[in-house]
Design a protein around this ligand. Sequence first.
Ligand code: CO
Length: 134
Amino acid sequence: MLGRLNHIAIAVPDLAAATAVYRDTLGARVSAPQALAEHGVTVVFVDLGNTKVELLEPLGENSTIAGFVEKNPAGAMHHVCYEVQDIMAARDRLVASGARVLGDGNPKIGAHGKPVLFLHPKDFLGTLVELEQA
Ligand code: CO
């Protein structure tokens, strides 16, 4: 069921400073910032060739990552995103096995224009898992 690692997301309080770390200190290729109001984040993509790192900064009052960033003021790894061929089939299989899907259980359109779901970290080794339809 599980395909490639699509990205690792790191939540940060200051996106410009975080982008500078990846671009200038680490010498990575980074995108322009992109505001995703529906997800409550502004994101910068770091292109690593085989996968991506996404730097996330809270956007708006009700950002889902605001509390996380408050608890981790230096920034911290927020989630990993794996690709699946069929997100509805993956969801049904996981729910049948007792895993919890966050939100209303239905996929939303994610940062790459594809359907995504988030799985409860307590069911996956303490790690928030995003599934993205490949
Ligand atoms: Co993500």
